[in-house]
Design a protein around this ligand. Structure first.
Ligand SMILES: Cc1cc2nc3c(=O)[nH]c(=O)nc-3n(C[C@H](O)[C@H](O)[C@H](O)COP(=O)(O)OP(=O)(O)OC[C@H]3O[C@@H](n4cnc5c(N)ncnc54)[C@H](O)[C@@H]3O)c2cc1C
Length: 439
């Protein structure tokens, strides 16, 4: 980092935990008594598990969420708070592998996860700083820009909302930077405060009658007549059904699921409060921003528009948030040289879960239900899939979700330890380097 020692990027009072926890920290562990029996035991207390439990409780199904750590420990209180419109699936050519009808249903359901989340936040009165903020997707090279131009019509047709390709000469309408070669601005995209959403959701879930139990790691799920015995170090819960919502934290208790997920660390920093004039200049319209690089960055203003929250894949090895922070700071300054000298107050990380077919999955294996694998874009999608799983469990779905039961691939000899990620990271960085020079 030219002209800057690593130490000087940290503001006094720096914390290596999420900025979001300033407003909504996961509460200390309370570990209430376990119920003997429930209809449904949910493993994992993030957006997915809580959404499932909320809908089940609303339908008068008895349900307990068992969370290993504090409620809000996982990705759901650590993420960037970007609420995707789900349109990415439309560019994945799913028809070739799954047939045109299923592919259309998947796209339409993925897109419905955005209004679903908006409705939920409104219905439950959750104070999550939600906004339909729109997104700017920066093109890493000219070829990427032409690709984005080619997607504008699709965006407009599918969302019925504004989408426009901005050439380099107009890019400063959305970002105070010349880093990209133009980009795509689209209105069908939201933003929220992830930890406030999570905390409000946990409160709504409890209000509806579900038990949300922290400090209780599930260590075994065994079948018995009429249901399951769910083992924890604090005792056993008997459940007619089990729903696994552990995503990037999926462990040895569900080895079949673990073999199908690639846990990947994602890293974020938050800056100190910025001069309001700079804020207006760097993100004039308050959009969520990401880019077309293979080693992509995702960033935004904080909900109160005082600081930058900047995330990315700082490393493909598991490193600490402190090790990742200088890398992210450097990338932020590459995009906005005017932020050189701005210090960071928070740095943190969390796990997302990729799948080998790059699709989220829900389904049932040996009687155990699951919804897993959001490819790092799960605020709306995992909320939606948790809800869908509840409809299925409660018998309330008008029709089966298109995500339900898609073949869930793994690779030979893969057991859940992604030893290959550093190699993937190396090749991604090389491709980014070549892409910028080619095109
Ligand atoms: C740094 C970061 C940035 C991100 N940015 C965005 C973004 O901007 N937009 C977006 O859409 N998505 C983003 N994501 C992804 C998004 O946060 C996740 O997709 C979503 O939160 C997943 O929710 P979940 O409920 O499935 O899992 P999680 O919230 O991860 O919850 C899983 C929970 O399961 C618990 N658990 C695991 N094993 C057990 C067990 N044996 N017993 C009991 N509990 C267990 C864990 O402790 C954990 O709390 C980001 C993720 C990260 C980490």
């Amino acid at each position: 980092m030219a002209g800057m020692t690593t130490d000087s990027i940290y503001a006094s009072g720096f914390k290596d935990e999420p900025y979001w926890w300033e407003a909504a920290a996961p509460p200390p562990i309370n570990a209430p008594e376990l119920p003997d029996r429930v209809d449904v035991a949910v493993v994992g207390g993030g957006y997915c598990g809580l959404n499932a439990a909320l809908e089940l409780a609303r339908r008068k199904v008895s349900v307990a969420v068992l969370e290993a750590e504090r409620i809000g420990f996982g990705a759901s209180s650590r993420n960037g708070g970007m609420v995707s419109g789900g349109i990415k699936l439309a560019s994945m050519n799913l028809a070739a592998s799954l047939g045109a009808e299923r592919a259309d249903q998947l796209v339409s359901e993925a897109m419905s996860s955005l209004p679903f989340t908006e409705d939920l936040i409104q219905r439950e009165g959750i104070d999550a700083d939600y906004k339909r903020s729109g997104r700017f997707l920066g093109a890493w090279n000219e070829a990427h820009f032409r690709g984005l131009e080619g997607q504008v019509e699709l965006y407009r047709r599918l969302t019925g909302m504004r989408a426009e390709a901005l050439p380099p000469a107009r890019q400063r309408e959305e970002i105070g930077s010349d880093y990209y070669r133009g980009g795509l601005v689209a209105d069908a995209f939201g933003s929220l405060h992830p930890a406030k959403y999570h905390q409000g959701l946990a409160a709504a879930t409890r209000r509806a009658g579900a038990q949300v139990i922290d400090g209780t790691r599930v260590t075994g799920v065994a079948r018995e007549t009429g249901g399951f015995r769910v083992a924890t170090p604090r005792g056993e819960v008997r459940a007619k059904e089990v729903f696994v919502a552990t995503n990037g934290y999926t462990g040895p208790v569900t080895p079949w699921m673990r073999r199908r997920l690639i846990p990947v660390g994602s890293y974020i920093i938050a800056t100190e409060p910025l001069d309001p004039a700079i804020v207006k200049q760097i993100v004039p319209n308050g959009r969520m921003i990401s880019d077309t690089k293979r080693v992509m960055a995702y960033y935004r203003l904080s909900p109160d528009h005082t600081r930058v929250v900047f995330g990315g894949r700082a490393s493909f090895r598991q490193v600490t948030a402190l090790e990742a922070a200088p890398v992210l700071h450097h990338r932020m300054v590459e995009i906005w040289p005017q932020l050189r000298g701005v210090r960071i107050t928070h740095a943190w990380s969390g796990n997302v879960a990729f799948t080998f077919d790059f699709l989220p999955h829900m389904g049932t294996h040996e009687g155990v239900h699951y919804a897993l694998g959001c490819q790092g874009s799960g605020v709306a999608m995992m909320s939606y899939l948790g809800h869908q799983a509840a409809l299925k469990l409660a018998g309330g779905a008008n029709r089966r979700s298109a995500f339900d039961g898609i073949p869930f691939p793994t690779k030979p000899f893969y057991s859940g330890n992604p030893w290959f990620l550093p190699i993937v990271g190396w090749s991604y960085r090389l491709r980014d380097w070549i892409d910028r020079r080619a095109a």
